[in-house]
Ligand binder design. Sequence first.
Ligand code: GDP
Ligand code: MG
Length: 163
Amino acid sequence: MKPVIALVGRPNVGKSTLFNRLTGSRDAIVADYAGLTRDRHYGDGKVGRQEFIVIDTGGFEPESTAGIFKEMAKQTRQAVAEADAVIFVVDVRAGLSAQDHDIARYLRGANKRVLLAANKAEGMQESPLLAEFYELGIGDPHPISSAHGQGIRSLIEAALEDF
Ligand code: GDP
Ligand code: MG
């Protein structure tokens, strides 16, 4: 059985871009508009020789603000339940938000291996902007750039260390 990695995080942090990077696909819809991906999305991931299943989340038809949050929470719970490891994606350029704190609180109680990926960190491997993410209580932020393919391999190796 291949290990399963779930990508979770608030809209627009780059989950689908990371999904596409991991699967080499253009399947997940990447958009400048939050929440365009239609449903949870499964793909075959490969980094080096390590093969895994990856789940993108955040797909829903935005009907109302309340509906968005409810659906997002549901998808996150389902994906986390199915996963061996969770990659919690945050946006270094946008910084921390209340939603990030809510997701972190949920993940801290989920009893899963959780890796914190600080995305959009191209050219910022040592940036002081990374420091605030320790506040989430998820451990060291792994700086990555999903768009430019930086930091991805060591993130996946850390996520799948036990597999
Ligand atoms: P999702 O809502 O979390 O799935 O986010 P998307 O993958 O749809 O990406 C949201 C926006 O962030 C898009 O405009 C992406 O091009 C952009 N983005 C994603 N990854 C990166 C990155 O590594 N660096 C930068 N600068 N932008 C990124
Ligand atoms: Mg998406």
